[in-house]
Ligand binder design. Structure first.
Ligand SMILES: [Zn+2]
Length: 237
């Protein structure tokens, strides 16, 4: 019942989103059947936000080894090229690699977006908290992030979002717009890092699945709106 109610709300914002179970069956099936990848020898990396609410979303693919955690606040792959290299070196012999990435956004049954009801909390809270904080700061025109060691990830996330600031503020759904912008940032970074580290991979193919994780209430499955499914031929990178 709860799931069916969420299905309606989620699809108003993300018409192509699939629930957790459908997402894992669909993409693991594609890897195994269409691309003849042996899913019993796949190491997964994730680049999703550190938020505890995303832990269940990474179990979409819990038949795979891993995850190697690349993401920090917002889902940005803060582990960088050293992290990508380490991940490459951990892939099973004759196996392959899978990278699952993207930002997250909460929805509520009342039709709210950018917020959610967290486990055992009465009041709704922000999701993604890091992105909604960046959005509230951007709404103050005089604000500019200042890089510092004590809040490195949030400042770096905000700095990466600055080129999208006007577009986000002009959108009629700013919460969704900042999430879409973050998707682009993560997507580009993953490809850049993969390309820069391609000689570290002793496999022919790396599978990438990127999109937006949609958080629902505790007790209902999360959703995923896929934006990119790509089995990368490492020799052509
Ligand atoms: Zn978050």
């Amino acid at each position: 019942m709860l799931q069916r109610q969420f299905d309606k709300v989620v699809k108003e914002f993300f018409p192509n989103a699939m629930d957790a179970k459908d997402t894992s069956i669909h993409y693991l099936g594609k890897m195994q059947i269409e691309h003849k990848l042996d899913v019993s020898k796949v190491l997964m990396a994730t680049s999703v936000c550190s938020d505890d609410i995303n832990v269940p979303s990474t179990t979409f693919f819990n038949v795979l080894f891993g995850p190697f955690v690349m993401g920090g606040l917002g889902g940005i792959p803060f582990v960088g090229r050293t992290g990508m290299t380490a991940f490459a070196h951990h892939i099973p012999d004759e196996g392959s690699a899978f990278i699952f990435y993207g930002p997250h956004i909460g929805v509520t049954l009342e039709g709210g977006i950018g917020k959610m009801y967290r486990p055992r909390q009465e009041k709704e809270g922000f999701s993604c908290g890091a992105l909604m904080l960046a959005l509230s700061r951007f709404q103050d025109e005089s604000y500019a992030p200042v890089m510092n060691d004590d809040d490195y990830q949030q400042m770096k996330l905000e700095e990466s979002l600055l080129p999208y600031k006007e577009e986000i503020l002009q959108s009629d759904n700013q919460e969704k717009a900042i999430t879409e912008a973050t998707y682009e940032i993560i997507h580009n970074k993953i490809y850049e890092n993969l390309k820069a580290c391609k000689d570290e991979f002793h496999v022919d193919r790396v599978t990438l699945l990127g999109g937006i994780i949609i958080n629902t209430d505790f007790g209902a499955d999360d959703y995923f709106d896929a934006r990119n499914f790509d089995v990368v031929d490492m020799k052509s990178l």
